[in-house]
Design a binder for this molecule. Structure first.
Ligand SMILES: Nc1nc2c(c(=O)[nH]1)N[C@H]1C(S)=C(S)[C@@H](COP(=O)(O)O)O[C@H]1N2
Ligand SMILES: [Mo]
Length: 572
């Protein structure tokens, strides 16, 4: 080994290319989802009888209402269909049918992987921090107060047919699915926007008259009374269809994209004005509510497709014909068979070929995601924004050498900075503290979903880089921890040297005006505000500059990149 290499390179380990269930975080089941109303937690199971009762009451009420002459006159006046002027004359063209099917296919993967991501931090909050007890929704028990409870401890298992890949704490793989398929879904959506508006198909979805509202109300009454309105879906949708499709396509879908992106550290930092109002936790909550809208929409949409004339409806959207044949049903069956194969195969495939999923995801969206890393993170919060609770994460150091240093309050600690530098050096904590001190109040974004604001004090990494003078061949900065990772082998992570020159890239020795505690990474931990939390190595033992990271560990650019299939660039 090159003498310029840090000795810790030898403590890095290779990692398997598949997800080894026997070496993975063991399964742990959560609880039935609960909602908090004031101080009380209410099981979501109550929704079931409530919905059934509400539906029965609504049906009876609608039937009684329709018997009233005024209501009958209203329905005669507004039968449900929008004005004839907005009729579509091109039926259901092939591109519309294809996009509808692709949308369906993509949504399955997006929803399954999205629920998997949610299960990695099974709590939702409205405030910026993630304070246990202040969630409005959770499907995990209360956070225990009598023991260390890391955010990994908190992750729950969800059924494997539902989650993708259906394994506890598989957020890394779920994210590749979620973000890659989302890109396809967004492209499909944008193409459909263009095609809708360059043909007459937009008339189906975009109301052009205020009468859509009374028509929608009338349609709702007719559906609820179980006497369905006259349909002319070949040429135009009724008011209720028009409104719900419009909201789904032009409100919910963009909202899903925006609230998804606003959960990213680089984007939240870049669009500070927006992220001050819409914190990551609020964005995550809204993102979840948009999912609920989609699920509700899908459920009602599919039910109505079947009960309001299955054969005709399927002929429209799956065969593009306006007749009584069985062609639509046949094509629908083919589509469902494809979907079923994809559904059943996706999780086993992901578990078996985890590295392939990681690499494919990187090819699809890695570059695009990486672009966000160039944005200089700049959002700073006030002291009053500091979160009262900051989750812990990570595998603790477990070595005699670290314990000995800790016992002496790190008096003998020496940070080694070497590799491809002109002036390798070792620095004591006192020497580090004597360098320029920088303080920043920033938001931490853990890949699992929680966030928290804290004030960090330390030395900017760019100051250390000046000190050691990287050689032109140095492109990456490796941070080695005293601690091992969860599956054994030393924890490490790699950053591009440019990213480490950002104003807010900091080697922190203070948190919230106090010396960094053991749990949060004493004596030194990295802060890198445009990346997810796992990139911020705690308990730093050494720093090394290298030209490439492929020779380190399993070659993916960090411990969680190697072992949990995370991405090397994670600003999103
Ligand atoms: N050495 C080491 N550093 C680590 C980890 C780890 O497991 N080992 N976990 C990372 C993750 S996933 C997160 S979210 C943050 C958590 O920092 P905190 O415990 O101060 O909240 O530390 C990061 N640094
Ligand atoms: Mo994390």
């Amino acid at each position: 080994m090159d003498s310029r290499h840090d000795p810790l390179q030898a403590s890095l380990t290779n990692a398997p290319d598949n997800l080894r269930l026997d070496q993975w975080l063991p399964p742990q089941h959560g609880i039935v989802p609960r909602l908090r109303i004031g101080q009380r937690w209410i099981s979501s199971l109550w929704a079931l009888p409530l919905i059934i009762v509400a539906l029965c009451v609504a049906i009876v009420a609608a039937q009684q209402l329709r018997a009233l002459p005024a209501v009958a006159a209203f329905i005669a006046n507004y039968p449900g269909l929008t004005p004839l002027s907005s009729a579509v004359h091109t039926g259901f063209p092939w591109w519309l049918r294809l996009q509808h099917f692709l949308n369906l296919l993509f949504m399955v993967f997006i929803i399954r992987s999205g629920i998997q991501i949610l299960a990695d931090h099974p709590r939702l909050y409205w405030s910026r921090g993630s304070v246990p007890g202040l969630e409005w929704f959770r499907f995990q028990r209360e956070v225990p107060r009598d023991r260390v409870w890391t955010s990994k401890d908190d992750a729950v298992t969800i059924p494997s047919w539902l989650g993708l890949p259906g394994v506890r704490h598989s957020v890394g793989l779920a994210r590749w699915w979620h973000l890659s398929v989302n890109l396809l879904w967004l492209v499909n959506g944008l193409v459909s926007y263009v095609l809708l508006f360059s043909t007459d198909q937009w008339h189906r979805l975009v109301p052009t008259s205020w009468s859509v509202f009374p028509n929608a109300l009338s349609t709702a009454l007719q559906y609820l009374s179980l006497q369905f309105p006259v349909e002319q879906a070949w040429t135009r949708y009724n008011g209720l269809q028009q409104l719900t499709y419009f909201v789904t396509v032009f409100v919910a879908a963009p909202m899903a994209a925006i609230t998804g992106l606003m959960q990213s550290p680089a984007i939240a930092n870049r669009f500070g004005a927006l992220s001050r109002r819409l914190s990551r936790q609020a964005a995550r909550s809204v993102h979840f509510l948009v999912l609920c809208w989609f699920l509700l929409f899908i459920f009602i949409h599919v039910t109505l497709v079947f009960v309001t004339g299955m054969r005709r409806n399927l002929n429209f959207m799956f065969a593009g014909v306006n007749d009584d044949s069985w062609r639509g049903l046949a094509w629908f069956a083919v589509a469902m068979a494809l979907l079923a194969i994809a559904w059943v195969g996706a999780s086993p495939f992901t578990i078996k070929h985890a590295r392939l999923v990681q690499k494919s995801g990187r090819h699809l969206i890695g570059k695009l995601k990486g672009l966000a890393e160039r944005w200089e993170p700049r959002v700073q919060y006030a002291d009053s924004d500091i979160s009262p609770y900051f989750w812990l994460n990570g595998t603790l150091p477990n070595s005699a050498a670290y314990d000995a240093l800790r016992r002496e309050d790190f008096a003998d600690y020496r940070l080694r900075i070497g590799g491809l530098v002109a002036r390798p050096c070792t620095l004591s904590l006192a020497q580090i503290k004597a360098l320029d001190k920088q303080v920043q109040v920033s938001e931490h974004f853990c890949i699992q979903g929680w966030s928290g604001v804290a004030k960090w004090g330390g030395v900017p990494v760019r100051r250390l880089l000046e000190l050691v003078a990287p050689l032109p061949s140095a492109h990456y900065v490796v941070f080695y921890s005293f601690a091992d990772g969860a599956a054994g082998g030393r924890y490490y992570d790699v950053h591009s040297i440019d990213n480490m020159r950002h104003a807010l890239s900091l080697l922190a020795y203070e948190m919230n005006d106090a010396p960094l505690t053991f749990m949060h990474g004493a004596p030194l931990r990295l802060r890198c505000e445009n990346e997810l939390g796992f990139k911020m190595v705690k308990w730093i033992e050494a720093i090394e500059l290298v030209d490439d990271f492929r020779q380190l560990g399993a070659g993916q650019g960090g411990y969680n990149e190697d072992h949990e299939f995370y991405g090397y660039r994670m600003p999103i």
